[in-house]
Design a protein around this ligand. Structure first.
Ligand SMILES: CC(C)(COP(=O)(O)OP(=O)(O)OC[C@H]1O[C@@H](n2cnc3c(N)ncnc32)[C@H](O)[C@@H]1OP(=O)(O)O)[C@@H](O)C(=O)NCCC(=O)NCCS
Length: 274
């Protein structure tokens, strides 16, 4: 059973802890997904190797059930408690995002949290880094087929200052050779709405977001993704609510204006030396 202390370290709000304590989902489905997680933990499963349950709450129950396993895996890799909990606390953050988006206890992004629970992603300061092999279908310039890289992810946890970003990259440069020496990494990649060329051209050039995006060299073709921009900015998937979205910041105004003008937000790709 998850303790109050563990819920706190996992970043649960009181409302989500109370809901989790009352969670009653199919025990067989939960045990099945927990067994799948244990089996692939630390093996960097390929996409599709792990099937997330249909019911995201089954995933939540399985994550809680396998907390001792993922904690043990982190410890075996010599990863500090601080980094381990900071990584796993994305669960509480994502539950809270779900509450803000849908108004209730749930985990729309349960597929995302499986990455944490198989031991492939780590929160190092401001950023998260996902250790993976570059897929042949989406090659990165200068990176060999099958080479290991780290994918950069940006949790919603305050300003993305250049100092915090630099500190995270410095941590990553030490962390991966130390804890995963058999997976040498030289390159960091980013696939994000934060690299949409339109965003980089139209937000203030001195903003954290533009300075962050400009660290990466673009590659590949951007893909249309209106939903990412409105989800990450407004925590909504509802394009019918453009009139209701707040218009207090430069970003909020830019997002809505472009859509009203008939434009489409995109996810774009970039890489940089780690
Ligand atoms: C990426 C992120 C950390 C940037 O935050 P930041 O460092 O505060 O951004 P900046 O200082 O560069 O902000 C530039 C402008 O955009 C606004 N802004 C930035 N992020 C915003 C957000 N999520 N919602 C509303 N406005 C936002 C700022 O207020 C500022 O406008 P202003 O000058 O009118 O106040 C933030 O947008 C965030 O948490 N996003 C969600 C996570 C995410 O998108 N991850 C990537 C997933 S692929």
């Amino acid at each position: 059973m998850t303790t109050a202390d563990e819920y706190r370290l996992l970043g649960f709000t009181d409302a989500d802890r109370e809901a989790a304590e009352k969670l009653a989902v199919d025990p067989v489905a939960t045990a099945d997904f927990a067994a799948q997680l244990r089996k692939v933990m630390g093996t960097f499963p390929a996409e599709g190797e792990l099937t997330a349950p249909d019911d995201p709450l089954v995933s939540v129950a399985a994550f809680l059930q396998t907390l001792p396993d993922i904690r043990r895996y982190h410890a075996e890799r010599g990863i500090s408690d601080e980094i381990s909990w900071a990584t796993l606390a994305d669960l509480g953050r994502q539950l809270n995002v779900n509450r803000r988006t849908h108004g209730d206890f749930g985990l729309e992004t349960h597929w995302w949290m499986t990455i944490h629970w198989v031991g492939a992603i780590f929160a190092l300061g401001r950023l998260q880094f996902l250790l993976h092999q570059v897929p042949d279908a989406h090659p990165v310039p200068g990176v060999a087929s099958g080479e290991w890289v780290v994918g950069v992810h940006i949790p919603e946890s305050g300003p993305l200052t250049p100092e915090a970003v630099e500190d995270s990259f410095a941590q990553a440069r030490e962390f991966f050779p130390k804890h995963f020496p058999e997976y040498p990494v030289k390159t960091a990649t980013l696939g994000s709405w934060l690299l949409d060329p339109y965003l980089l051209d139209n937000l203030p050039q001195e903003s954290n977001m533009v300075r962050f995006g400009r660290r990466f060299t673009p590659y590949g073709e951007p893909r249309d993704s209106q939903d990412s921009a409105i989800f990450f900015t407004f925590r909504s998937h509802d394009l019918g609510k453009l009139d209701e979205f707040p218009q207090d910041t430069a970003l909020q105004r830019l997002i809505v204006r472009r859509i009203r003008d008939g434009g489409t937000w995109q996810t774009a790709f970039g890489y940089t030396t780690l």
